[in-house]
Design a protein around this ligand. Structure first.
Ligand code: CAA
Length: 272
């Protein structure tokens, strides 16, 4: 997600500092970005010089201090509130007073991140969708602590990136995941009940509803670990049985079958 967001921002003319905990992970994000740009050059969507210009706007670092002068920081670490809270405390200590701190969280309460900082008015959610360079929506999440100026700046940023932002209240799942995840969870339930094969269910939702990909291909794209974290956060907030993760999904995460990122989820990607 980090490299996708960096691609979107750098392609729109923003200077981007990609920060990761290890140099190898930071380098891997830049490599991912380069691969995506190379694909676009091969397809004739970009020239080589455009690709080089985008890459020249991106630097990778492990040092949080390199973010100090950024106007906007978009956090996109694991969907774990404790990890994100710790990072927001550090970002608040490191970044200049004017920096807006945003989270790309899919479901977690942004207000709790805001309250970790001494600048809760300058914290909001900027939620991209997978794959970030392709999906046009960005949810701009408004915690009750955010100032109108912060919200306006986040909306303006998304627009400069060519996205179609929608403002949304800081409530678990925001718009898309609150609607999407009961559907994905119920697809796993159908599979568990033996109603149809995963291939059959995927084909049905593509052919019958015109969805670009079926629920199991989408779960593998999003990541089963991320999907489980989203369902758990939704269940935590609403206690609605529709959000209670189906046991098969939880077992697959325990088995580290995370989807594309681990090479196998509902489908096997090792041979593709
Ligand atoms: N990075 C950059 N570009 C990508 C890409 C990636 N990871 N994956 C695909 N693309 C581009 C391709 O290069 C191609 O571009 P052109 O049309 O310019 O050539 C275009 O997307 C279409 O790709 P493909 O032809 O390879 O494949 P496709 O037509 O099957 O589309 C897809 C792939 C865009 C992923 C499409 O299947 C789709 O839209 N799927 C639904 C995705 C979705 O629902 N996302 C939301 C997930 S929920 C979420 O993200 C929220 C959360 O918090 C978890």
């Amino acid at each position: 997600m980090g490299s996708g967001i960096a691609e979107v921002a750098a392609s729109s003319g923003h200077t981007v500092v990609l920060r990761s905990r290890s140099q190898s992970a930071a380098d891997a994000m830049v490599a991912g970005l380069e691969k995506s740009l190379n694909r676009q050059v091969e397809k004739g969507k970009r020239t080589e010089s455009e690709r080089d210009q985008v890459l020249s706007r991106v630097s990778a670092t492990t040092d949080l201090a390199d973010l100090a002068d950024c106007d906007l920081v978009i956090e996109s670490v694991v969907e774990d509130l404790a990890v994100k809270k710790h990072l927001f405390t550090e970002l608040d200590r490191t970044c200049g007073a004017a920096t807006i701190l945003a989270s790309n969280t899919s479901t977690l309460p942004v207000v709790e991140l805001a309250m970790e900082t001494g600048r809760p008015d300058k914290v909001c959610g900027i939620h991209f969708f997978n794959p970030a360079p392709v999906m046009t929506l960005v949810e701009i999440v408004r915690p009750i602590t955010a100032s109108p100026e912060t919200m306006a700046a986040a909306l303006a940023f998304a627009e400069t990136c060519g996205k179609e932002p929608v403002e949304v209240k800081d409530q678990a799942g925001f718009i898309v995941n609150a609607l999407l995840f009961p559907y994905l969870n119920n697809a796993v339930r159908l599979l568990e009940q033996g109603v149809a094969s995963k291939e059959g269910i995927d084909a049905a939702m593509k052919g019958g509803c015109g969805f670009p990909m079926g629920p199991f291909a989408l779960l593998d794209l999003v990541g089963l670990d991320t999907s489980l974290a989203i369902l758990d956060a939704l269940y935590d907030e609403f206690r609605d049985p529709n959000y209670a993760a189906v046991p098969l999904l939880r077992r697959m995460v325990s088995a580290e079958l995370y989807g594309r990122k681990s090479g196998e989820g509902f489908y096997d990607y090792h041979k593709r």
